[in-house]
Design a protein around this ligand. Structure first.
Ligand SMILES: [Ca+2]
Ligand SMILES: [Ca+2]
Length: 204
């Protein structure tokens, strides 16, 4: 009854609601620096926010004892109820050398305005998950520059890695690829599920 007495003009209420819904979400975070969203995965489809393709990969598709499957999961690192993250079901438990993961093209992006790569990770408590995950950035030379993040938990966590940790990237003005690697050395357990979301470059 109280709601009705307040909503004196249903048409006006509708217009206000439409206006609230029409306010765009800011793409830039402006607490001291700028941030470029590479991928929030919130369309539940390709491509990334910068038009890049992405997908799962594995060392040997013919080895059925290892692999990585990518899918969209309706859980979002920033709590967006309509958002998605990337679910990675990995398996590096194989009698053969095993590594696999997720790649995302950066389309020769010029990242010289930024100095940090950020992303969110969490593990799936039911499936199990590795606490250590290797991240790689590649420039146009396509030489992988690895960095290992540790301390993944079953809650969303933001990881921020300064560019200088990726020592083999020479040309920050032509970035080729962001890669997640599960390998049979760093992954424990050797099969499990990791969620990835909100990959950004920022200036800190
Ligand atoms: Ca998301
Ligand atoms: Ca296996």
């Amino acid at each position: 009854m109280r709601y009705r007495s307040r909503a004196k003009n249903p048409l006006l209420t509708l217009v206000v609601l439409l206006m609230i819904g029409a306010v765009p979400k800011p793409l830039l975070a402006v607490d001291g620096g700028s941030e470029l969203v590479l991928a929030d995965f919130n369309t539940g489809d390709k491509p990334s926010n910068i038009g890049g393709d992405f997908g799962a990969w594995d060392k040997d598709p013919n080895d059925e004892t290892q692999g990585c499957q990518q899918s969209f999961e309706a859980i979002d690192a920033l709590g967006d109820e309509t958002g998605y993250s990337i679910r990675l079901d990995y398996d590096v438990d194989s009698p053969n050398p095993a590594y696999n993961g997720f790649w995302m093209k950066l389309n020769d992006l010029d990242a010289t305005a930024y100095n940090t790569v950020n992303f969110y990770l969490k593990g799936d408590p039911q499936a199990g998950f590795t606490k250590r995950v290797k991240i790689e950035l590649k420039d146009a030379s396509k030489q992988p520059s690895p960095y290992i993040v540790a301390g993944v938990t079953e809650e969303w966590q933001k990881f921020s890695i300064p560019f200088e940790k990726f020592r083999r990237v020479k040309n920050w003005d032509t970035l080729n690829e962001f890669v997640v690697v599960f390998d049979d050395i760093n992954s424990n357990p050797k099969s499990g599920t990791i969620y990835l979301d909100q990959v950004t470059f920022s200036s800190e």
